[in-house]
Write a protein that binds this ligand. Structure first.
Ligand SMILES: [Zn+2]
Length: 274
């Protein structure tokens, strides 16, 4: 079951998120249902018009719905291992994969229409959106790889004795990922709060954003190949990934769904880089 809270209100935190209200699961002779919610701050209905969402907002709904499915479809007995209680670099696979359907004509045609005329999304607009999607994708990719790389190195390799000032050290390494010379006083690392861990958060884990993209772009190739509404692939994704929570190593779950190791090529293709 799920409840929704879509629009901004006074004192409501920004962004969008999913929360588990009740984690149920299988019990001897019965199944306790889960309860979860999606919150967002989407464009509300104004001036007599319905809520007219941007494409990015629609992606956000699909994203959070993916987290919600991960929670609601859990069939794990141990609550601490159920639903979204998975490894940090695996938790965005179920959510990010959902965003792919927002870029498929067949899926968009089910709901994307002009609110007054009912006309479907014009093809030329759709093509423009797809072209804009990969605008400067290589720059974005290198930026994220640089951040992930420096985060890992600072946590695992950096030594004050041999590497010196951490800002200079980071700038030298980040230069490898930048198409232009970084200014001598470049100190992005000083404001990079993702470096610091919390019980559930970061700390040598920034790479997980890019890794989740590798996984979801690759996993979506199965839907691409066998049908984006394929009942068989959808059922396997549910049974082998969503239902399993953290009851098994994510690498094993992924192999069970894909029949092989993750392949980073799908992300490069989707980004227009291969
Ligand atoms: Zn997410």
């Amino acid at each position: 079951m799920c409840i929704r809270d879509r629009y901004p209100r006074e004192n409501k935190r920004g962004g969008a998120w999913m929360d588990a209200l009740i984690t149920g699961g299988p019990a001897p002779g019965e199944f306790h249902p889960h309860l979860g919610l999606i919150c967002g701050n989407l464009t509300p209905p104004i001036g007599g018009k319905p809520a007219l969402l941007t494409h990015r907002e629609v992606e956000t709904i699909f994203h959070e719905f993916g987290h919600l499915l991960h929670h609601l479809l859990s069939r794990v007995e141990t609550r601490g291992l159920a639903g979204t209680n998975v490894a940090w670099d695996f938790v965005e696979l179920p959510s990010q994969i959902m965003e792919n359907w927002c870029w498929e004509r067949q899926a968009l045609d089910l709901f994307a229409a002009h609110w007054e005329t009912g006309e479907r999304l014009p093809e030329d607009l759709f093509q423009k959106m797809k072209r804009a999607r990969t605008f400067r994708a290589a720059n974005g990719q290198m930026r994220q790889l640089g951040f992930g790389f420096i985060d890992l190195l600072l946590h695992t390799r950096y030594s004050p004795a041999s590497d010196g000032d951490p800002i200079d050290y980071s700038r030298r390494l980040l230069q490898e990922f930048s198409p232009a010379p970084l200014p001598p006083r470049h100190a992005m690392i000083a404001a990079f709060t993702h470096l610091f861990g919390s019980p559930v958060g970061y700390g040598a884990a920034y790479y997980s954003y890019k890794w989740a993209e590798v996984l979801e772009a690759d996993a979506f190739t199965r839907f691409r190949a066998e049908g984006i509404f394929s009942r068989e692939v959808g059922t396997q994704f549910r049974d082998r990934i969503l239902a399993k929570g953290d009851s098994e190593d994510p690498a094993v779950l992924y192999r069970e769904f894909m029949g092989r190791e993750p392949d980073p090529r799908a992300l490069l293709v989707r980004s227009g880089l291969a």
